[in-house]
Ligand binder design. Structure first.
Ligand SMILES: Cc1cc2nc3c(=O)[nH]c(=O)nc-3n(C[C@H](O)[C@H](O)[C@H](O)COP(=O)(O)OP(=O)(O)OC[C@H]3O[C@@H](n4cnc5c(N)ncnc54)[C@H](O)[C@@H]3O)c2cc1C
Length: 417
């Protein structure tokens, strides 16, 4: 659908930030048009079908502990769940570390897992309770450090950091040094404590598709790259659209090209290898963590959490490394992590995502300005936190700012991000 010559608002980019902004503006009765360079909505949440398997572009999950998950119809996404926790391998043996609130019968095994003594495990429990239940304002008022220093100060112990927390967090933060802001660690850990993590039956892209379906067909313009913007114009190869407000909701790199006043922090990258096994080696849907000195940060039978990812009951395994790797470089390590023979693994595909997430070094800059003035707005995970939550929260803030510009007030239905 071509862009009209005139629109009230144009949103550039149909990732979760742009979708959040556009759906809120449409719900407020505004004439909003959403322009996306790719041929699907969802941005970095992207899914392919390969040989009948549902393959997300990199291992990613939806965390229902995110405040903005409330904007989604979670039931319609038909989520399949992981257990909160992980499998830690020590000297080749697997040990489960599981949140006992969800699965009380796992408590004895978790207490016995070789990730520290009882005092240190209690310290991790305390760290979790603090992140999960203190008011956010108090978490954000705490002194800011690196994530690693915060964990050391919480006295969770060296063994827990090296065997459990570093590999677990590396897979989420996409950095192994844990230099990320402790305030972001608190917010992230809070979402794990308060929610569950799952995969939608039709893949992570369906999260974006669900939001896109809330817009009228004439307002969605896929396969259309925006070349330049001002607060009153959007230029594509097909011509120019005039607008009262323009929201740039692209990835951080493109945002800083289109908007020279916006700077992007260094992007994190991840490489994910997909393998098929004849059957899952596990009884429970848990992430298997990489071991110290290895290349893998994690290796996950995604079809254990979401059986719809496999067409026929075979197991789909996603294994990720922070540095780019070839399949041959990780094959043996994947087999060890899963406790199978290398010959059991059939390689399906591999993907490296170079701009997976912007880095969040201290100081954490939550709620960066979204109103750039003169009708120009910006949103995206680089404005809040590098996550589904951050993208959606920034989109909600941008929508409120646009409504404020257009009407001078925000309707009472406007929600807090
Ligand atoms: C492998 C991987 C794993 C992840 N795991 C998780 C996870 O488990 N949990 C979590 O919360 N987050 C995770 N994230 C991060 C999360 O996906 C992102 O933070 C979030 O999706 C960013 O959304 P966004 O809308 O800000 O940006 P994007 O999703 O990048 O959307 C920007 C959109 O703008 C479009 N665009 C760019 N340039 C133009 C242009 N010139 N014209 C028109 N359109 C343009 C792009 O095509 C894209 O669709 C992961 C990311 C990756 C890559």
């Amino acid at each position: 659908m071509p862009l009209p010559a005139r629109a009230e608002v144009v949103v550039v980019g149909a990732g979760l930030a742009g979708l959040s902004a556009a759906t809120r503006l449409a719900a407020a009765g505004r004439d909003v048009h959403l322009v996306e360079a790719a041929d699907h909505p969802g941005g970095r949440l992207s899914t392919q079908r390969i040989d009948g398997f549902t393959v997300d572009r990199g291992f990613q999950v939806l965390n229902t502990g995110y405040p903005r998950a409330a904007d989604l119809d979670l039931a319609a996404l038909d989520l399949g769940w992981f257990w909160t926790g992980a499998v830690v391998r020590v000297d080749g043996r697997p040990h489960r570390v599981v949140d006992p609130r969800q699965h009380p019968s796992t408590l004895p095994g978790t207490v016995r897992a070789p990730v520290g003594n009882l005092l240190q495990e209690a310290a991790l429990g305390l760290f979790s309770a603090r992140a999960g239940y203190l008011p956010v304002d108090r978490l954000l008022a705490a002194p800011e450090r690196s994530a690693e220093e915060a964990l050391r100060r919480a006295r969770v112990g060296e063994v827990a950091i090296e065997r459990f927390l570093r590999p677990f967090l590396s897979g989420v933060l996409l950095e192994a040094e844990l230099t990320t802001s402790s305030r972001y660690l608190d917010l992230l850990w809070r979402s794990f404590v308060r929610g569950r993590i799952g995969l939608p039956a039709r893949g992570m892209q369906s999260v974006g598709e669900q939001l896109a379906d809330r817009l009228p067909a004439h307002a969605r313009h896929l396969g259309t790259e925006v070349i330049a913007v001002t607060g009153t114009t959007v230029r594509t190869a097909a011509g120019e659209t005039r607008a009262d407000a323009v929201v740039v909701a692209t990835d951080p790199g493109t945002a800083s090209r289109l908007l020279p006043s916006v700077s992007a922090s260094a992007p994190r990258q991840v490489t994910t290898h997909l393998h098929v096994l004849p059957a899952s080696p596990w009884e429970a849907p848990l992430i298997v963590l990489g071991t110290p000195g290895g290349r893998l940060v994690n290796s996950v039978v995604v079809s254990d959490a979401q059986p719809a990812y496999s067409p026929d009951g075979r197991a789909l395994v996603a294994s990720s490394t922070l540095a780019p790797t070839t399949e041959a470089q990780v094959r043996e390590e994947v087999a060890r992590a899963q406790g199978v023979a290398t010959g059991d693994l059939a390689h399906l595909t591999s993907v490296t995502v170079t701009g997976a997430q912007p880095a969040v070094q201290p100081p954490l800059q939550l709620r960066r300005p979204v109103d750039l003035g003169e009708g120009l707005f910006v949103c995206g995970d680089h404005r809040d936190t590098p996550s589904i939550q951050g993208a959606m929260a920034s989109g909600a803030r941008a929508a409120r700012a646009v409504l404020h510009r257009l009407t001078g007030s925000v309707p009472s239905g406007g929600q807090r991000a």
